[in-house]
Design a protein around this ligand. Sequence first.
Ligand SMILES: [Zn+2]
Length: 305
Amino acid sequence: MPAIPREPALRIAPARFPDDTDDFGALLRDEAKARDYLLDLAWPTGEPYCPRCGNHRIYTLSGDRLRCAGCKYTFQPFSCRWINNGALSPAEWLRLITMFVDEKSVHEMKEEIGLSYNTVYKALTAIRFAILAHAIDARQLISPATGLDSYLNGNRLTGGPREMRMDTIPVYGILRREDMVFIDLVPGFQAETLFHFHMNFHLKLIRTGNLIYTDRYKDYDALMFCGNDSLPYEIIRRYDEPPHIDAVGDAFWDFARDRIKRFRGISCQRFPLYMKELEFRFNNRGKPLAGQLAAFLCALVPSLD
Ligand SMILES: [Zn+2]
């Protein structure tokens, strides 16, 4: 039976995050207030500490720089944190977060915030990584098994995705527990495994664009992956009966299916970022998200060692 991942989260969400109904709107227009708000999330006790060694004995240098008295690391307030990826000001970050919560398109965000498409796209990637890094199975996901590790160069999102083929595209499973969903990396399964099960064991495969999903498999409501043009889609048979997840009217699948179609820039490499975003949105539906996302962004990028 596929266990719900027991890997500890890399970073635990801060115990407190401001209620979004607080005057979040004022922060969006005031750089100084926005910066104070984010600094408060980075240093919850109000005292700066070294992002490398955790030492609280810190010297202030000229400009925005700080130095650790222990390991001598020189850093800036947001060094080594997800929010350090991208050239946005504090108020721009908060505006981007509120638009992300509202599920605006990249084009709408870029128009509203007055930044380039690439700048917005990169900042959104940082938000998605920050969400994924707070998932219970983050350590499994930021690894060679998914290829997400190749995006990280130290604590910076500067790497490029590696090419993926049939034997390296990872497979994810949808696990439902009451009103929660877990998107689980299925260890040892690749796109090839599902084609093999389809051909030899009649596992139903459904294709919509590059999204491939299956009928029920063991405890999973469905297995799925995002493919690319290297895959033999032509061998997928057609069915009269819909697969389990389409037939049962699953609340998560109803929530996710149209959103997956609307995502821009989805690829086999980025697929887990989008699926963990949907897991987060679904499991926190009805709750305020902006403060939580700001806290995730201000968390340290975990070390992969
Ligand atoms: Zn240090």
